[in-house]
Design a protein around this ligand. Structure first.
Ligand code: SF4
Length: 366
């Protein structure tokens, strides 16, 4: 029986170098091949024109070269020209799909990428959590979402460039740590078409303590966002199951260390949910939690999701919540839930697809 071909994009640089060496090739060929794969994004080995014909043929006998594709695109219809949200259902080589969101606002073009198909953590406010976990995305699949969003952007605005990437889509990025780190490497590689600054990439987590420590020690320059959503241990554990283990005390400890070591603020993301985490006492607790380390607070309104039970908070209560934080001397920004008309919150698009929902657009993650 012939040996099954391997996905070349699942190989690390070291694996590719080793394989090439075994084939009698020079190790520098690995860099050439990776450039074709991740910067030029060719779809066949034949297109790798600076490789010998013999090597291209050998590669095509050993490897497959799968690519991700945009299976569906939805543009929020109700947003002004300078503020647009597009959501993509990105098809993977094995028939699974994830969501990617492109947000054009405030002069930035930000791509929100998924890192896993589904998620095992089951936060109660999150559409992705209700899907369960299927698999991790490879580094290539994560990076490719940014390129696909860039291609779509170029159709509308040929001179426009992606300015930021956030790992805030489907899945918990810190549970797919090495692939996320490798994807950041691919996206920030000097000389590659994307070549995004690592400082313009943000990893978002629900607060996995040891992994935040690993990120701190990784040497990457990416920013960190932590989805807090409650500064009361019991409340937080009720909506974010991993918070039972990764308690507020442990989380505060690692964030104090992280900010003291890297001298960079952490973004504390707090999604206001009516009757859950929006009381004056909740605001006081949040202020107390955030005063112990360098941070800015990003309040977001809850984007109602199919099948999820929480509701957004009214304007008066939101203003009062913000006032408490400002009075405590904290830096607060309020993020509108862009694209709510297309459910641009991670998991909704894929959720509808899984549930066989209506053929309308759909994508909330921490
Ligand atoms: S909020 Fe993030 S960690 Fe929680 S279930 Fe959703 S994707 Fe997973």
């Amino acid at each position: 029986m012939p040996e099954e071909k391997k996905n070349i994009k699942s190989c690390t640089s070291e694996e590719l170098e080793k394989l090439l060496e075994e084939m009698g090739e020079q190790p520098f060929r690995a860099l050439q091949i990776q450039r074709w794969l991740y910067s030029e994004r060719v779809r066949s080995f034949d297109a790798m024109t600076n490789l010998t014909k013999e090597l291209r043929e050998k590669l095509s006998h050993i490897f497959t070269l799968p690519s991700c594709s945009v299976d569906r695109e939805t543009l929020a219809p109700d947003e002004a020209e300078e503020r647009r949200t597009s959501k993509f259902l990105v098809g993977l080589h094995d028939g699974l799909a994830v969501e990617t969101v492109l947000i054009q606002a405030d002069g930035r073009r930000t791509v929100c990428v998924s890192s896993q198909v589904g998620c095992a953590l089951r936060c109660s406010f999150c559409a992705t959590g209700s899907m369960g976990f299927t698999r991790n995305l490879s580094a290539a699949e994560i990076a490719e979402q940014v390129y696909l969003a860039s291609d779509r952007l170029a159709i509308r605005e040929p001179s426009a460039q992606i300015t930021n990437a956030v790992f805030m889509g489907m899945g918990e990025p810190l549970l797919n740590l090495q692939n996320v780190f490798d994807a950041i490497g691919l996206l920030s590689q000097k000389g590659y078409r994307m070549s995004l600054s690592q400082k313009r990439m943000t990893i978002s987590t629900v607060g996995l303590v040891p992994q935040i420590g690993e990120l701190m020690r990784s040497g990457l320059k990416t920013r960190l966002a932590v989805s807090l959503h409650a500064a009361d241990q019991a409340k937080r554990a009720a909506i974010i199951p991993p918070a039972r283990e990764h308690t507020l005390d442990r989380l505060r400890g690692v964030l104090v260390e992280y900010t003291a070591t890297l001298h960079e603020p952490v973004t504390v993301v707090y999604m206001l949910m009516e009757g859950v985490n929006d009381s004056p006492e909740d605001a006081q607790l949040l202020a107390r939690f955030c005063r112990s380390f360098l941070c800015k607070i990003n309040l977001i309104d809850y984007n109602s999701i199919i099948n999820i039970r929480f509701r957004p908070v009214g304007e008066l209560r939101t203003q009062s919540f913000i006032r408490t934080l400002l009075d405590a001397g904290l830096h607060v920004t309020v993020r509108k839930s862009y694209g709510s008309s297309i459910n641009a919150a991670c998991g909704q698009l894929a959720l509808e697809k899984t549930a066989g929902g209506p053929g309308k657009p759909e994508s909330q993650t921490g």
